[in-house]
Unconditional design. Structure first.
Length: 340
């Protein structure tokens, strides 16, 4: 039966991880330029924002960014049937919890009418290790992690982590020149040179800036932490097995569903034609066995496990400005008390 196919992974002496390596290349071809993200320099530094490149290895997409790209998989069919649909109403608009950066611990939830329910889910994990409430209300929080740093202090570790790096990266630079549609004589009496440049009526040469990288290899490394998954508990042995199967199903879907790697302008990636994906199940003794699970199998198992566990009901939270104001006033009062 598909429902018990991965039960050996869930036993205490089971493997420690599922490791995946996906080889990528630019859509234009393996020898084309890709643009990594730029990051702010260290605090106090006068450097401009730049790429993160260490020993010719360039960071293309971070762990947090990869999680934010995987999580919305559960917004579209058939994977939307695996999780409750959770919306947060903010004034006249709504956002999906799958788009909230801190998941169940996000401020948009914390200052809503449903926070007591989520607080109970966090406290259940802290007090007894029971993740059932969180799995019913915000299951992807268990997959991609959260830290309720402003209330319960509960930290939920990521079960899935992924990064994209470029190896053998050569950094390039570029420049540009803007030419105004008007001749210099036509605008010279319309204002200062600075003003004309600001409104786009002056030629504007640009200095040298980041021009992307060319890399020998681009690789996405992803890991599913089975040790952390087995730490998730429920009130009894049967409930624990059903919970872990459910979360494992979600994790396999997130791990194995091909992503559309349009990371940013100038960084559209596809799977490399000559390599593709390598997956392994890693034992605690370091042994490695090829992963024989594809997207279709992961989907079949996830649907069966979700049916057995019972997907939580969808819900909507209403963001409250009054809650924010009350928190601000409380902080101000505490500040006054310290000064006395």
């Amino acid at each position: 039966m598909i429902i018990n196919r991965f039960d050996l992974w869930l036993e205490n002496d089971g493997p420690v991880a599922v490791a995946l390596r996906e080889y990528l290349e630019p859509a234009l071809g393996a020898d084309s330029v890709v643009f990594p993200p730029t990051f702010a320099p260290p605090e106090g530094s006068k450097e401009a924002p730049g790429y993160v490149i260490d020993n010719d290895i360039a960071l293309i997409d971070t762990v947090g960014s990869q999680a934010n790209r995987m999580e919305p998989i559960f917004k579209r069919a058939p994977y939307s049937a695996l999780v409750p649909r959770v919306r947060i109403r903010i004034g006249e608009r709504e956002i999906d919890l799958l788009d909230a950066g801190h998941r169940a611990a996000d401020a948009a939830v914390r200052f809503s009418d449903k926070w007591n329910d989520l607080r109970a889910a966090f406290n259940s994990i802290r007090q007894s290790g029971d993740a059932t409430l969180m799995a019913k209300r915000a299951p992807t929080t268990l997959l991609f992690g959260a830290w309720d740093s402003r209330d319960t202090q509960v930290k939920i570790p990521r079960l899935i982590g992924a990064t994209i790096r470029a190896f053998g990266a050569q950094k390039l630079t570029r420049s540009a020149q803007f030419f105004s549609a008007l001749d210099k004589e036509e605008v010279e009496d319309l204002g200062t040179q600075d003003f004309l440049s600001q409104v786009g009526l002056n030629d504007a040469p640009a200095g040298r800036t980041h021009g992307g990288v060319i890399a020998k290899q681009i690789r996405r490394d992803a890991i599913l932490n089975l040790v952390a998954l087995r730490a998730l508990g429920a009130p009894d042995e049967g409930a624990t097995l059903r919970l872990r199967r459910y979360i494992l199903g979600l994790a396999l879907v997130a791990l194995l569903t091909p992503a559309e790697n349009c990371l940013r302008e100038g960084c559209l990636l596809t799977r490399a034609r000559d390599k593709g994906v390598e997956g392994e199940v890693v034992g605690r003794d370091g042994s490695r066995v090829s992963l024989d699970v594809d997207e279709a199998t992961a989907r079949e198992f996830a649907l069966a496990a979700a049916g057995e566990f019972g997907v939580g009901e969808s819900w909507t939270a209403v963001f409250s400005k009054e809650s924010v104001k009350a928190a601000a006033n409380e902080k101000a009062e505490k500040g006054k008390g310290k000064k006395r």
